[in-house]
Design a protein around this ligand. Structure first.
Ligand SMILES: *[C@@H]1O[C@H](CO)[C@@H](O)[C@H](O)[C@H]1NC(C)=O
Ligand SMILES: *[C@@H]1O[C@H](CO)[C@@H](O)[C@H](O)[C@H]1NC(C)=O
Length: 379
């Protein structure tokens, strides 16, 4: 169902009827607050809250899927963008999502769950590149002009974006790439996917400051801005791992001083010290963010790397990181969720396919255990 149609239908229904399953035989949906999609921030609304979803399973091979539905079923999470990652373009190979092709059965649950996030108004994005080299080399997406390799590997990426209806793509270039190469890629995505497709980048914070150093991408982001700035919706600036921090407003200010609109800068944070450093405690982050909002009126938002182990909940309740950030950015935010009986059925089937029929994992709750999808049905 298209979002606009769904929103319209929801607006016709009362909260009372939404909170109750349509079929009395269904389990109750609990006390989740359901509001029309219009009540929630659109990704164009500020501040954004974006999170990367890279660790999708409890084990790198095998293991159980890690559910992302709590990001919409738990109260107080104003998520706007979810990044499914990491896609790797591989020379002499096919594109992978982490260690497997994206259509591997282990991702059945992931693709089903992101469908529900999308229906709930969250933009589901992809991310290609990151720390692992390969995607942006001169043999793949940075192939010289006229070299057929660009077309060959770009099409693998394009087809995955289409197949899974991803609404945008983060070009996370962490190895040197040429400026003409990244410009070609941005222009091609825009021409193939149209004006609504959301293109973002995730440079380290210092790459957006005056001297653009240190940087990991090689090219100048200011030069990129001159060429295709209108096509980059916003930057997820990595303010961690030595490329900046949010202990003070200093590094965000330095990016604004270099010429960037504060509304296009999303402050990237690690979600736990286990993912890098330094981890800025929530109370201190709040002081910094409040000061930035006071100074600039509005900022681009906050991004988290990554979902599965975010504090304070950790592995058992990783969505709590997004709750903490929402409390800073937009207090008193309700839960949102649109799940039909068909969704619950599909989710159950997807889970079983994802875990390869391992019956031992088909009970209980919490990370690595099958969520009670039927208890979420409300539409
Ligand atoms: C729902 O709310 C009512 C009243 O606040 C409370 O008594 C009840 O325990 C709640 N149920 C759940 C499942 O949280
Ligand atoms: C990016 O960093 C490299 C060294 O890693 C440096 O040579 C280059 O000048 C930097 N790019 C810009 C635009 O400053």
């Amino acid at each position: 169902m298209r979002l606009s149609t769904l929103g319209y239908l929801l607006s016709l229904l009362t909260l009372q009827s939404l909170a109750r399953p349509l079929d009395d035989a269904s389990p109750p949906s609990g006390n989740v607050t359901i509001l029309p999609i219009e009540a929630f921030p659109k990704p164009s609304d500020l501040p954004r809250l974006a999170i990367y979803y890279q660790t999708t399973h409890t084990e790198a091979t095998g293991g159980d899927p890690i559910s992302i539905l709590p990001l919409i079923t738990e109260k107080g999470i104003a998520l706007t963008h979810l990044y499914v990652c990491t896609f790797h373009v591989k020379y002499n190979n096919i594109i992978h999502l982490n260690d497997f092709p994206p259509n591997h059965p282990r991702f059945r649950t992931l693709w089903k769950e992101v469908e529900i996030l999308r229906k709930s108004g969250i933009k589901v994005m992809g991310m290609v590149g990151g720390a692992a080299p390969g995607s942006y080399t001169t043999q793949t997406l940075d192939a010289p002009l006229g070299d057929p390799n660009f077309e060959k590997y770009y099409r693998q990426l394009r087809d995955v974006l289409r197949r899974y209806k991803l609404q945008g793509l983060d070009l996370n270039v962490e190895q040197p790439m040429s400026l003409p190469g990244i410009i070609r890629l941005v222009r091609r995505l825009r021409s193939d996917f149209g004006p609504k497709f959301i293109i973002t980048q995730a440079p380290v914070g210092t790459a957006l400051m005056e001297y653009e150093f240190p940087n990991l991408s090689g090219y100048s982001y200011r030069e990129l801005e001159k060429a295709v700035g209108r096509d980059i919706a916003y930057y997820n600036a990595q303010f961690y791992n030595g490329f900046g921090s949010m202990y003070t407003t200093y590094d965000f200010d330095a990016v604004v001083d270099a010429g960037y609109d504060p509304r296009r800068i999303v402050a990237g944070q690690i979600t736990t010290p286990e993912n890098g450093g330094p981890f800025v405690p929530f109370e201190e982050l709040k002081v910094t963010l409040d000061a930035l909002v006071q100074k600039y009126g509005q900022i681009g938002g906050v991004m988290g790397w990554e979902y599965f182990n975010g504090l304070p909940g950790g592995l058992a309740e990783p969505w709590e990181w997004a709750q903490q950030i929402t409390a800073i950015l937009r207090s008193n935010f309700p839960a949102r969720l649109v799940v039909t009986k068909e969704d619950a059925e599909g989710l159950d089937e997807a889970w079983e396919a994802s875990v390869g029929g391992d019956a031992s994992s088909l009970s209980g709750g919490g990370q690595g255990k099958k969520p009670d999808y039927w208890a979420m049905v409300n539409a």
